[in-house]
Design a binder for this molecule. Structure first.
Ligand code: HBI
Ligand code: FE
Length: 288
C-alpha cells in the first residue's frame, strides 16, 4: 500500500504537527466522511447535548466531505481562541497536553477506510473533528480542555498521568450528561460512533453512574470495545467546578486505594443504571 500523506511522519515538525494537505483527499475519502457524517447527525438528534449539533452547524461542517482545517479555524479561533492542528497519529502524552494547554487541538487528518466504517481503535479525522471540535466552540468546555492540558503537564511530573488519562477518558471521550430533556451524550468517542451512540444511552448492559472525581480517577477503562461504565455529569459548569481544585492531594489519597475494574459498581456509587453486563459477557463468550 502506498503511504498515506495524511499519516506520513516524515514531514512532521518538532511539535509533531504536519500540514493537513486538504487538496490531496480523494473522492473516496470525502465519501467516507459524508457517510459517517450523515449517519451521526441523524442518530445524534435527541441523543447528544443540543449545543453539539448547533456547533456542527456553526462550524459549517458539511455533510459532503472532510472539512478544511483552515476554514474550521477561521470560525473556531474567532469564537474561543482554539486552533485545530493536524498530526499524523497519536502524539506523545506531554506533546498532546502541551498543545491543549495552548488551546491547540491535535487532530489526525487521515480517514478510516470504507471497510472500517463502524469501529476503529485509533482516532481518525472523523473522530477528532466531528467528535471533538464542535464542543471547542462552547466557551465552558473550551476552558475545560485547556485546563485538562495544564493538569496533564503537571500530572506527568507527579507520576499521576494514569489518573488524568482516566478523567479524560470518562469525560471528554465517553461522558454523558443530564439535561432537562433527559440523559445526553457529550463524549467524542461516543458521538463519533454509531453503535456506541445507541449503546451508551439506551442499552441496559452498561453501568451509568453519577460522576465523582475520585471514583473516575480510580477506574480502569477499555480501549478495545464499548465502555462497561459511563459517568454522568450534571452539566459542564459542574464538571468545571469538580475539577478546578489542585489534584496533588487527591493523587496522594488515591494511591492508597485500589483501582476499580471497568465493569464494577461500588458501595458509594449513585447508580442511574445498574448494568446487566450482557453485551460484554456475550462478546467474551464469542471470542473465547
Ligand atoms: N494524541 N493525536 C492524539 N490524540 C489524542 O487523543 C491523544 C494523543 N496522545 C496522547 C493522548 N491522547 C492521551 O494520552 C491522553 O489524553 C491521556
Ligand atoms: Fe478522542
Amino acid at each position: 500500500m502506498p503511504i498515506d500523506i495524511h499519516r506520513d511522519t516524515a514531514t512532521q515538525r518538532a511539535d509533531y504537527t504536519i500540514d493537513q494537505n486538504w487538496d490531496a483527499y480523494t473522492a473516496e475519502e470525502h465519501a467516507v466522511w459524508a457517510t459517517l457524517f450523515k449517519r451521526q447527525v441523524r442518530l445524534l438528534k435527541d441523543r447528544v447535548v443540543p449545543v453539539f449539533l448547533d456547533h456542527v452547524d456553526g462550524l459549517a461542517m458539511a455533510g459532503d466531505g472532510i472539512p478544511d482545517f483552515r476554514r474550521l479555524n477561521d470560525i473556531l479561533h474567532k469564537a474561543t481562541g482554539w486552533t485545530v492542528v493536524a498530526v499524523p497519529g497519536l502524539v506523545p502524552d506531554a506533546t498532546f497536553f502541551e498543545q491543549l494547554a495552548n488551546r491547540r487541538f491535535p487532530s489526525t487528518c487521515f480517514i478510516r477506510t470504507p471497510e472500517e466504517l463502524d469501529y476503529l481503535e485509533e482516532p481518525d479525522t472523523f473522530h477528532d473533528v466531528f467528535g471533538h471540535v464542535p464542543l471547542l466552540l462552547d466557551p465552558m468546555f473550551a476552558d475545560y480542555m485547556q485546563e485538562y492540558g495544564k493538569g496533564g503537564l503537571k500530572a506527568d511530573g507527579q507520576g499521576a498521568l494514569k489518573r488524568l488519562a482516566r478523567l479524560y477518558w470518562y469525560t471528554v471521550e465517553f461522558g454523558l450528561t443530564r439535561t432537562p430533556d433527559g440523559l445526553r451524550i457529550y463524549g467524542a468517542g461516543i458521538a463519533s460512533s454509531a453503535g456506541e451512540t445507541v449503546f451508551a444511552l439506551e442499552d441496559r448492559s452498561p453501568n451509568r453512574v453519577a460522576f465523582d472525581l475520585d471514583r473516575v480517577m480510580r477506574t480502569d477503562y477499555r480501549i478495545d470495545d464499548y465502555q462497561e461504565t459511563y459517568f454522568v455529569i450534571p452539566g459542564f459548569r459542574s464538571l468545571m467546578k469538580a475539577t478546578e481544585a489542585d489534584f496533588t492531594p487527591i493523587y496522594a489519597r488515591l494511591d492508597e486505594l485500589p483501582d476499580i475494574p471497568s465493569d464494577a459498581v461500588t458501595d458509594g456509587d449513585h447508580v442511574l443504571n445498574f448494568g446487566t453486563g450482557k453485551y460484554h459477557r456475550e462478546r467474551q463468550r464469542k471470542t473465547a
